[in-house]
Design a binder for this molecule. Structure first.
Ligand SMILES: Nc1ncnc2c1ncn2[C@@H]1O[C@H](COP(=O)(O)OP(=O)(O)OP(=O)(O)O)[C@@H](O)[C@H]1O
Ligand SMILES: [Mg+2]
Length: 230
């Protein structure tokens, strides 16, 4: 029997921070943006990645919304879909995935001509491109390091989406090249032991772990409505 597909894995997604910037959820993303900016006094947080221990915890959702709120702040932002296992950025932003990160890494196109503009001002996206047979190898290549260096020269903020840490090594390969790593944990879904193991794996890969975003937490509305200026 064919495996069940993720319901919204391959459809256009709605981005709350773009559609409803005044909602309490968008406010939460702006709080995360502020926390990132203050995460380090010595080092500017320019190249960031999100990951999680398991699949479907909300990495891509958190990353895409963070990209929007950074762009809304007037920062020039590049979102790179480095999840070469289950890429979604092209769906989220309504782009084709014929060319992308893997096109640049295999020298079939330049970074500038492969990046796409989005409907969000200041926000550009590099989709994954065709899925290769050897993702970890490509992501740990010299080309990837050069690509990230060039991206940092051209953009104020570069955000990387990655696959889950406990499934494959891709995130561990990338984490030490990033200024900071954010761990997305799905409340009630992720096991404590697995999150601990993920943290240890990231730290042993020289990760600058900035913190955890707890996703899918049940909220008490009274508290949150206080901040909404609808
Ligand atoms: N807080 C939330 N409330 C409701 N739905 C959510 C929330 N966070 C994520 N989702 C939905 O859950 C699904 C999985 O989220 P997402 O694709 O962001 O996870 P992921 O960690 O990137 O998954 P993968 O491991 O497949 O890359 C998506 O359909 C997304 O729209
Ligand atoms: Mg994802």
């Amino acid at each position: 029997m064919a495996p069940k597909k993720h319901k919204t894995h391959n459809t256009r997604r709605k981005l709350i921070s773009k559609l409803n910037p005044m909602s309490p959820i968008s406010e939460q993303f702006r709080t995360i943006r502020t926390n990132i900016s203050f995460a380090s006094v010595d080092k500017e947080m320019r190249l960031l990645m999100v990951t999680s221990s398991g699949p479907g915890e909300g990495k891509s959702t958190v990353l895409a919304n963070l990209a929007v709120v950074f762009a809304q702040q007037g920062k020039k932002v590049l979102l790179i879909d480095a999840d070469l296992r289950r890429p979604t950025a092209h769906y989220t932003f309504g782009l084709t995935n014929t060319f992308g990160l893997t096109t640049v890494l295999t020298k079939q196109g330049s970074l500038n001509e492969t990046i796409s503009k989005t409907e969000v001002e200041n926000l550009h996206v590099l989709p994954s491109g065709p899925i290769p047979p050897n993702p970890a190898e490509l992501l740990s290549s010299r080309m990837m390091t050069e690509l990230l260096k060039k991206a940092k020269e051209d953009y104020h903020v570069v955000l990387l989406d990655t696959p889950p840490v406990l499934a494959v090594t891709d995130a561990q390969v990338l984490t030490n090249q990033c200024d900071g790593t954010i761990l997305v944990v799905s409340s009630g879904k992720a096991e404590v032991e697995e999150v601990k193991k993920t943290k240890d794996l990231l730290l042993s890969a020289n990760s600058n772990l900035l913190g955890v975003v707890l996703n899918n937490r049940k909220t008490q509305h009274t508290h949150y409505y206080y901040y909404g200026k609808e």
